[in-house]
Design a binder for this molecule. Structure first.
Ligand code: EPZ
Length: 431
C-alpha cells in the first residue's frame, strides 16, 4: 500500500504551478459526449477521478483518445450503452454527470445510484427533481436510477438547496430540451461557469451561470469544440494553506485570483501576507505568528467546504481559539481524530470545530479518510516535528496530480513510498 512519508518542520519556499480544476473537468468530460462531433479538452488534471471518468465514457462506447497527459479528444457518436456501471459510480460519484448528458442527448439514461461517502449522505433528490421538471420519468430501484423521456421540455426549476452537482446535471439536460429553462438558487462555483462556457462553445444557449439564476434556451443539437479547463482553485488553496502552516513563502501560478478571494481573505485574517498578480498569488508567512479567526463554509463565493480541513490545520497552529463551522456537509470533521493524534487541540460539537492553537504538531502515522482531509493531514505533517506517515494516499491521488513532486519542488522532505522498506529507507535518509 503506498504511503506519503514526510519529515516536517521545513518552511515551504518557491513556486508551484496549478493544474486544471478536477471538479470542472469531470462535468465537462461528461458534457463532451452530447455532440457527435470531436471535442478536444486540455488542461485536464492527470488524477485518478479523471481517468475513471474517461474509462466510464469509453465503457459506454464514446471514443476517448489521449493526445497527451493533459489533453483528450472525445467523440460521442458511437455510444451504444446508455447505462453507467456501478463500478464507476463506486469510484467517483461524479459519473452521475453522465445521467444529465445522456438524458439530454438520447432522452434515456441509467446510472448506478451513488452512495454516501466519508463526508455525508449526499442525496441526489435535487437532481431527480430537476430531471422530472424537464419531463423525464425517473425510476429508482435495484441500486439504479433510470431516466427517460419522449422529449424534454424546458421548465422553471427552484433548487431548495444550493447544489453544484444538481445545477450542472440539470443544466446539461436542459441544454437539449425544447424551450426555456430557468434554474433558480443555482450554484455559482467557478466550475459551474466553466461547464456553461464549455456548453456554449458547443452551441448551447446558457445565460447567467455564476449567478443564482441560470437561463437556458434549448437547442436542437450541439457541435464540436476545443476547450481548456479553468485552473483548480482547491489545489491552489491547498498549497496556500501549506505555505501558511509551515511559515513559508510560496507563489501559486496559473490561478484566477478572483476564485481564491475567500481563501486569501481568511489567510489575511490569520496574519499572512498576500500578494496578488494577474495569474498568481503569493502567500508569505515567514516569521509570522498565525492568528485565530472564525470560518464558516458556504456555497461560492463563500469559504469553500473543500478547503475546510486545510484551514482547520492552519488554525490548529494559530494563537488563540478559532472556530470552523461546516455548513455544507454533515460529517466533514472525521479527520479531526487523526489531527488530534498529531497534537491538535480540537473539539467538535455537531458541525462546529472549536480549535485551541498549539505550538506545533508532532509527526505520527495517520490515514486519510477522504480527498481533502488527506491533503490537510499532509499539510499537518509538513508543519510537524518529526516523521509523519500518511496511509491511503489513494484518496489524495484522486484529486491532486503529482502532489509529492509539487511539494518537493517547494523544498518539502516528502516521498511517495511504495513499501514499508522504502518508507524506512526515506526516514533513515532524512533523520
Ligand atoms: C461538489 O459535490 C464537489 N464534487 C465537492 O467536492 C464539493 O465539496 C461540493 O460540490 C460542494 O462544493 C464535485 O464537483 C465532483 P453539492 P456535490 O451537490 O455536487 C446536498 C472534492 O473534494 N444535496 O453542492 O455532490 C448535499 O448533501 C469534492 O472535490 C442534496 O441535499 O455537492 C450537500 O449537503 C468533495 N440533494 C449540499 O447539498 C442533492 O440532490 C451541497 O452538495 C444534491 C446535494
Amino acid at each position: 500500500m503506498e504511503q506519503f512519508v514526510i519529515k516536517g518542520g521545513k518552511p515551504l519556499q518557491g513556486h508551484v504551478t496549478i493544474g486544471g480544476a478536477k471538479n470542472a473537468a469531470l462535468a465537462i468530460l461528461a458534457a463532451a459526449i452530447m455532440t457527435d462531433d470531436d471535442v478536444v479538452i486540455d488542461n485536464l488534471p492527470d488524477v485518478r477521478d479523471i481517468n475513471v471518468m474517461l474509462d466510464a465514457m469509453g465503457e459506454i462506447g464514446a471514443k476517448v483518445e489521449r493526445i497527451d497527459r493533459h489533453t483528450v479528444r472525445i467523440n460521442g457518436r458511437n455510444i451504444e450503452a446508455l447505462s453507467v456501471d456501478y463500478e464507476y459510480i463506486k469510484k467517483i460519484r461524479a459519473s452521475y454527470y453522465l445521467l444529465g448528458a445522456l438524458l439530454g442527448k438520447y432522452k434515456k439514461a441509467e446510472v448506478a445510484l451513488p452512495g454516501g461517502c466519508a463526508i455525508g449522505a449526499r442525496p441526489i433528490d435535487l437532481h431527480v427533481k430537476g430531471f422530472k421538471a424537464l419531463g423525464a420519468e425517473i425510476d429508482i430501484g435495484y441500486g439504479l436510477i433510470s431516466a427517460k423521456a419522449k422529449w424534454l421540455a424546458g421548465n422553471h426549476i427552484y433548487l431548495d438547496k444550493v447544489s453544484v452537482g444538481a445545477t450542472i446535471n440539470i443544466l446539461m439536460a436542459a441544454t437539449l430540451a425544447d424551450g426555456k429553462t430557468v434554474i433558480e438558487n443555482a450554484a455559482k462555483e467557478p466550475h459551474v461557469v466553466d461547464v456553461a462556457n464549455f456548453l456554449n462553445s458547443m452551441g448551447a444557449n446558457i445565460r447567467g451561470a455564476g449567478t443564482d439564476v441560470i437561463r437556458i434556451v434549448g437547442v436542437p443539437a450541439l457541435h464540436g469544440t476545443e476547450y481548456s479547463v479553468i485552473p483548480d482553485q482547491i489545489e491552489a488553496g491547498t498549497f496556500m494553506f501549506a505555505a501558511a502552516a509551515t511559515h513559508g513563502n510560496v507563489t501559486v501560478h496559473n490561478v484566477i485570483p478572483r476564485h481564491l478571494e475567500a481563501t486569501t481573505a481568511k489567510l489575511l485574517e490569520a496574519g499572512c501576507e498576500i500578494t496578488e498578480y494577474d495569474d498568481a498569488v503569493r502567500v508569505n508567512a515567514e516569521g509570522i505568528p498565525l492568528r485565530h479567526t472564525q470560518v464558516t463554509t458556504l456555497p461560492y463565493p463563500g469559504f469553500p467546504t473543500d478547503m475546510q480541513p486545510q484551514m482547520t490545520v492552519v488554525l490548529g497552529l494559530a494563537e488563540g481559539t478559532s472556530t470552523v463551522t461546516e455548513s455544507i456537509f454533515e460529517n466533514r470533521f472525521k479527520y479531526v481524530d487523526e489531527l488530534t493524534r498529531m497534537g491538535a487541540h480540537i473539539q467538535v460539537e455537531s458541525n462546529i470545530a472549536i480549535i485551541t492553537g498549539v505550538e506545533r504538531y508532532t509527526g505520527a502515522r495517520v490515514s486519510a479518510p477522504d480527498l481533502r482531509a488527506g491533503a490537510a493531514l499532509c499539510i499537518a505533517g509538513l508543519a510537524a516535528d518529526g516523521i509523519t506517515v500518511i496511509d491511503d494516499v489513494y484518496y489524495i491521488q484522486r484529486g491532486y496530480e503529482s502532489f509529492e513532486k509539487k511539494m518537493q519542488g517547494l523544498g518539502a522532505n516528502m516521498e511517495l513510498a511504495d513499501s514499508e522498506r522504502a518508507a524506512q529507507k526515506f526516514i533513515l535518509k532524512v533523520s
